[in-house]
Design a protein around this ligand. Structure first.
Ligand code: PEP
Ligand code: MG
Length: 916
């Protein structure tokens, strides 16, 4: 006969059936109780009923597998032996607790019943055993309150009206007795009063629920087990699972364990502790405890708990006695367990303990939750202590925690109580607070006065750039994650929220409305750009430490682990220096057009406009010649700043109309400067107008129709490299051709490159000049014909902003109008401009890489769309076999971490190809 399935796992007296790695079956709590028992740590004996029983219970019309009863009985006998007491025995009664325990921690979402086994028959025995009648009646009233609420009401599906639940009614009885006898708190109640309360409770339960309170230990036990399983499908637990993404099928285990009591007098106590400080990460045993109390008293904050030891007393707790002082021997034993657990679990533990009549018992251990600062410090210090390897350390800090440490943020304490005004897309990280302004000029004026401001716009365009730079934060009603405002803000590491559709902005009237509230210029707003939350008022902020040595050390560990290279998108010598400071290993995208925006761009922009307004090829060539020194200075400066690291320089991409001024005054100014008429400027602007510029005359199409413009840029790149070489410096340029869809476009531009190269070699008297020629892959056709593209291209860089736009057919600049509904209705799980759509865009990328490398085995492949800084997308890039990701400089540390984490997660499963 096949052996019956094992549904019950015992633990106690140094031996357990389970282990820490059996969380799926025993839940987190059960698995760790078993592990601690096996380690010889004192744990009250007990048993875990597996999560499989929970699943079977729900699949089988709420019936248990038939073998369960026998297995529970046998486990109970074992437990009785270890504890030298018997469950339900009037003379020597054992009391047990019954607690839930899922695979993932679901704090407070499911039920617990304590003191099970107290009945009219066992109460006298308990009193004789403890010689403490007050304690026993108090334990009985606690059992009645918990059990009638959890088992008799909630699990039975009763739904009393608000305030009519059995627990509330029992609390009224207790309050009444307290009033009658003048007792201030529960602890002032005497034995007789508690006994009276229990009698009244019994009658009330019968009256309200219509059933006697069970007076049989076995009935209590099975009632409690059933209630814990039922609570897996309670409303609280279901909503928590939805939020945390915990699957319904996991089920919970049930842990039945011998009760130990911290409330048996002054030689008893209970406490919770962390093996290191969870707020700062300091390697100091940190916790709280209370004498003569039950665990819930510490957690519920009914009494102010005492500090665990002398070293961690604060100014608020200095006058309170620590466990170290009051029970030095027990504290020593607890501290030894702390060391043991950390060594064993290789991580900071969150523990619960109880001291019953001077004897220490451990009730729980689990990996403790921690702040970003603490996570970082612990990871680094544990490497130094040789407690963990670098591979383990990089998994201990989440990208969101790292983000917390890199930017000024709103003070989390202030955020808790602040009024949320609206929500938008988290386009630029960190926090900002300042006065509302509605135009770029106002932002500059405020900044000059030293007054932080938030630039509020319906959407931004390149003409707003100086104001965006000057503002502390940027807020727009329209736009998506790859819209102009988002892109520019991220590049500067500036706090920015876009697509905040709930805002009604009237720049003319200088008002901003959100619901019923209206803001005018000068009112205060605060932004959480990492989460996309807008608050009314001026919230406090917290600054990062730019030189944080712990962060530097941690990121070095990430670098040692990762395979994927990390570059930055940077557009100037200054950006390049910032990128290197953050650890970028090259520039993956230099958008040449950015030299025409913002501070100091007046002269090159004027010359570019002159070029755009040229009527003939000759005129354009002349304008190009004038523009040339500016372009070359910028490129040469950036190549020099990167000191031999690769720099991918993209030829001009945006449609030219973006550079022509729109307002009449500015058009007139330009006409005057060029010595032409306003009509000429206007006509040219009209000629350049496109109904769909994102799919218009941009990218390589500009290079095809205006080869002299490409030629000028190619020359600037190659002459920069040649001059740097002559100066004894290193330069590693990569010429990148954007928005291509056919290899013939590449051949067309390649011919120009060959011609210019020959001229440069001659001019500088060189035999060779090292550089690469590649293309962006940002049109589906190019991805599908990657084998053809790779005949010319020596590298691919996936421009996933445009590739996403063209694959979905969503305009990247105005998805704000419908994306919230798409996400709200779950049509899409995430905004594909924030996190790469792995299903379709990802398929194009994989196809592109595979086809590209089928003709050019060593083809270098990277990504330079905004997804290059998104952890989930970085994981995809690693698995797809890319060589590098490129993202804004401020996201480089996060990319280094994400790349290390995916390397660890896929260890043993090497990425297809691709090395830094
Ligand atoms: C892209 O399309 O992903 C890209 C990087 O180019 P841009 O955002 O400048 O269009
Ligand atoms: Mg693009």
């Amino acid at each position: 006969m096949a052996k019956a399935k094992k549904y019950v796992y015992s633990f106690g007296a140094g031996k357990a059936d389970g282990r820490a790695d059996m969380k799926e079956l025993l839940g987190g709590k059960g698995a760790n109780l078993a592990e601690m028992t096996n380690l010889g740590i004192p744990v009250p004996a007990g048993f875990s009923i597996t999560t499989e029983v929970c699943t079977a219970y729900y699949e089988n019309k709420r019936k248990y597998p038939k073998e369960l009863k026998g297995q529970v009985d046998a486990a109970m006998v074992k437990m009785e032996k270890v504890m030298a007491k018997s469950f339900g025995d009037p003379a020597n009664p054992l009391l047990v607790s019954c607690r839930s325990g899922a695979r993932a921690s679901m704090p407070g979402m499911m039920e617990t019943v304590l003191n099970i086994g107290l009945t009219t028959k066992t109460i006298p025995g308990m009193i004789a055993l403890t010689k403490n009648p007050r304690f026993v009646w108090d334990a009985y009233r606690r059992l009645m309150m918990m059990y009638s609420d959890v088992v008799m009401e909630k699990a039975a599906g009763l739904e009393p009206k608000e305030g009519q639940g059995i627990r509330v009614q029992l609390e009224h009885i207790m309050d009444q007795v307290k009033r009658q006898v003048g007792a201030k708190s529960d602890t002032d109640l005497g034995t007789d009063q508690l006994e009276t309360i229990c009698t009244q409770f019994r009658a009330k339960v019968k009256e309200v629920i219509g059933k006697e309170f069970p007076d049989d230990a076995q009935e209590q036990l099975w009632g409690a087990v059933g209630a814990v399983f039922q609570s897996w499908n309670g409303r609280r637990a279901i909503s928590y699972r939805r939020i945390e993404g915990i699957p319904d099928e996991w089920g919970t285990a049930v842990n039945v364990q011998a009760m130990v009591f911290g409330n048996m007098g002054d030689d008893s106590a209970t406490g919770v502790a962390f093996t290191r400080n969870p707020a700062t990460g300091e390697n100091a045993f940190f916790g709280e405890w209370l004498t003569n109390a039950q665990g819930e008293d510490v957690v519920a904050g009914i009494r102010t708990p005492n500090p665990l030891n002398m070293a961690t007393k604060s100014e608020h707790t200095a006058h309170l006695k620590s466990l170290e002082e009051v029970m030095p021997a027990t504290y020593k034993a607890l501290a030894a367990i702390r060391n043991r657990l950390e060594k064993h679990y290789h991580d900071m533990q969150d523990i619960e303990f109880t001291i019953e009549k001077g004897i220490l018992w451990m009730l729980q251990t689990r990996n403790g939750k921690r702040t970003g600062t603490a996570a970082l410090r612990m990871a680094v210090e544990m490497i130094r202590e040789k407690l963990i390897t670098k591979d383990m350390a990089v998994t201990r800090v989440t990208p969101a925690q790292l983000d917390e440490l890199l930017h000024r943020i709103l003070d989390p304490k202030a955020e808790k109580t602040a009024k949320v005004l609206a929500k938008g897309l988290p386009a630029g990280p960190g926090g900002a607070t300042g006065r509302v302004v509605f135009t770029a000029a106002q932002a500059v004026a405020f900044a000059e006065k030293g007054e932080p401001c938030i630039l509020v716009r319906k959407e931004t365009n390149p003409e707003d750039v100086e104001g965006m730079r000057a503002a502390s934060g940027i807020l727009t009603a329209l736009g998506g994650m790859t819209s102009h405002a988002a892109l520019v803000a991220r590049g500067w590491g500036k706090c920015c929220i876009v697509g905040c559709g709930a805002l009604k902005i009237d720049a003319g009237a200088k008002t901003l409305k959100a619901g019923d509230t209206t803001f005018t210029e000068g009112d205060f707003l605060s932004l959480n750009g990492s989460k996309g939350i807008v608050y009314a008022g001026q919230l406090a902020t917290v600054d990062p430490d730019p030189e944080n040595p712990t962060l530097v050390e941690f990121l070095k560990a990430c670098d040692a682990v990762r395979v994927l290279g990390v570059r930055a998108n940077a557009d100037s010598p200054h950006d390049a220096a910032v990128a290197r400071k953050f650890g970028a290993e090259g520039i993956g995208l230099l958008r040449t057009e950015h030299m025409f925006y913002g501070e100091g761009a007046d002269v090159p922009l004027f010359k570019l406009r002159k070029m755009i307004l040229s009527n003939t090829v000759e005129e354009r060539r002349k304008a190009c010649d004038e523009l040339y020194p500016h372009v070359k200075d910028d490129i040469k400066g950036t190549l020099a700043a990167m000191d031999g690291l690769p720099v991918t320089i993209r030829l001009l991409d945006p449609p030219l109309h973006e550079f022509v001024p729109q307002g009449e005054a500015k058009q007139q100014e330009l006409a005057n400067a060029l010595g032409i008429t306003l009509q000429d400027v206007r006509k040219r602007a009209e000629d350049l107008h496109e109904s769909n510029p994102m799919m218009g005359h941009r990218g390589v199409r500009l290079g095809v129709t205006y080869p002299e413009v490409s030629e000028m840029q190619i020359r600037a790149i190659l002459e920069s490299a040649a001059e740097l070489r002559a100066e004894g410096k290193k330069a590693c340029p990569e010429i990148m051709i954007p928005v291509t869809c056919s290899v013939n476009e590449l051949k067309d531009q390649q011919a120009l490159i060959v011609k210019v190269k020959a001229e440069v070699l001659k001019k500088y008297n060189l035999k060779k000049l090292d550089f690469l020629v590649g293309t962006m892959i940002e049109i589906p056709r190019a991805a599908l014909l990657a084998n053809q593209m790779a005949e010319v291209a020596e590298f691919f860089s996936f421009g996933t902003n445009d590739l996403t736009q063209m694959t979905f057919g969503f305009s990247r600049d105005d998805i704000g109008t419908f994306m919230p509904d798409y996400l709200g209705k779950k049509i899409l799980a995430v905004d594909p401009f924030q996190s790469l759509d792995q299903e379709a865009v990802g398929e194009l990328i994989k196809t592109g890489i595979q086809r590209g490398r089928s003709v050019r085995e060593k083809l270098k492949v990277g990504i330079c769309g905004e997804h290059g800084g998104d952890p989930a997308s970085i994981h995809f890039c690693h698995k797809a076999g890319m060589n590098y990701v490129s993202c804004s400089a401020f996201r480089v540390p996060i990319a280094r971490l994400a790349a290390a984490q995916v390397a660890v997660a896929t260890a043993g499963k090497p990425a297809k190809k691709g090395k830094k």
